[in-house]
Design a protein around this ligand. Structure first.
Ligand code: SAM
Ligand code: SF4
Length: 387
């Protein structure tokens, strides 16, 4: 078997600082820059533990695990009506393989949070067992690994109690409109009621804060911005608006046409008094705002805006991604991937897999490059990467 080994993924501090300085002159947006290069990056330790660090000093603590590329909705910005060519089952990781790679990530590579996603992760048959297996792992800080789920919500109301019992801590539910007709044309399915019922179930289950993700598209659901915000605030859920990214059907996204974070804020400002929230943002993608309804002050709470395109937060990114066919991606927009599945099936040891993973993360670029001349969308669609 051939594996590429990266025995020393943590370079000397001087090399890291020089790498950071060199990108400062070659990129346009300072939000791409790491906020700080850690003072004392731990090198590989005697017990084999290390961290997933890249050449700009960012450390990955958050792993997105895609459990399937399949989905029961067909959101227009994500998939064509007929679906995609799904990965054959034999090419996807089985439960034991997923759990092995998660264990390596947590126990050997310093990952502290796992977010299950897809495709639609609730379609994964043994999701509850995978969560339960993950929940047994302790992080390098000696705490239970935090477990989150990003889902379209369909069927979550029936499963939430079991998933929580298995160890699920947080849930993000996607909802781009609360208008029944627009929901049908946006997702090509008549399932709005099921999602709303799952939001209620998640709030009642106490998975606080229940986060709602809404992608805003020009001429499609800008009119939903205020009604969605009122709905989520009145439910005690935290709505986050996401700028649409070039990750769906190729002809669809145009930089000049997208609805920007500023436009979303402007619309919200017509109905809400908004003040920036005080909490430090850290590696979180959403900038949070305190919102109070101007006509009914009882409707109040936090709203988030994820300005992935107009104010990228790549400099603070702490994510690594594992696709359902066992490939490591160091960025949503990466055009290269590091497959672990075949190495694993050919007998690679945990340390060899950890080396491959560390090497993949070391190569992470400073930013997603959406604004760069010659930017190319990744070949994999969002649903096969894991959003
Ligand atoms: N099926 C689950 C869901 O919809 O939540 C999980 C997978 S989905 C790919 C994850 C998130 O990515 C969703 O919140 C979805 O709205 C978002 N998403 C999909 N395509 C996107 C795009 N082109 N730009 C921004 N967000 C996108
Ligand atoms: Fe499915 Fe999520 Fe993509 Fe919608 S955004 S089609 S729910 S994977």
């Amino acid at each position: 078997m051939t594996t590429r080994l990266f025995l020393s993924p943590t370079p000397p501090r001087q090399e890291r600082e020089e790498a950071s300085k060199s990108i400062a002159t070659s990129i346009k947006h300072d939000a791409y820059l790491p906020r700080q290069v850690p003072e004392d990056l731990p090198a590989a330790q005697a017990d084999g533990r290390r961290v997933l660090v890249d050449r700009f000093g960012r450390i990955a603590r958050d792993l997105r695990v895609s459990l399937t590329d399949r989905c029961n909705l067909r959101c227009t910005y994500c998939m064509p009506a007929e679906g995609l060519e799904w990965l054959p089952t034999e090419q996807t990781l089985d439960d034991a393989e997923v759990l092995r790679l998660i264990r390596i990530a947590v126990v050997k590579l310093g990952i502290r949070q796992i977010r299950f996603t897809g495709g639609e992760p609730l379609l994964r048959k043994n999701l509850k067992d995978i969560i339960a297996g993950t929940a047994t792992l302790l992080t390098d800080e000696g705490e239970k690994v935090r477990i989150a789920l990003t889902t379209n919500g369909l069927g979550l109301d029936k499963k939430i109690a079991g998933l929580k019992e298995a160890g699920l801590d947080r849930v993000n539910i996607s909802l781009d409109t609360i208008d029944a007709q627009r929901y049908i044309s946006l997702t090509r399915r008549d399932r709005l009621f099921g999602v709303l019922s799952s939001i209620d179930a998640a709030v009642s289950a106490g998975l606080h804060p229940v986060k709602i993700n809404a992608v805003v598209m020009p001429g499609v659901n800008e009119v939903d911005i205020v009604p969605l915000a009122e709905y989520c605030l009145s439910k005690g859920a935290q709505l986050r608006f996401i700028e649409q990214m070039p990750l769906g059907p190729r002809e669809q996204w145009k930089r000049g046409d997208m609805v920007t974070a500023q436009e979303i804020l402007d619309r919200l400002g017509t109905q809400f008094d908004l003040t920036p929230a005080k909490e430090p943002r850290g590696a979180a993608p959403a900038a949070l705002w305190n919102a109070v309804d101007k006509t009914n002050p009882e409707i109040a709470g936090k709203l988030g805006i994820i300005a992935s395109v107009t104010h990228p937060f790549c400099g603070d990114c702490d994510r690594s991604r594992l696709t359902t066919d066992g490939t490591i991606r160091n960025c949503l927009f990466s055009r290269t991937e590091t497959p672990l599945r075949d190495a694993m099936r050919e007998g690679a040891s945990d340390d060899e897999l950890a080396d491959l993973w560390a090497g993949a993360m070391w190569e992470k670029k400073p930013g997603h490059g959406i604004d760069d001349e010659g930017f190319l969308q990744p070949d994999r669609p969002m649903s096969a990467i894991g959003g």
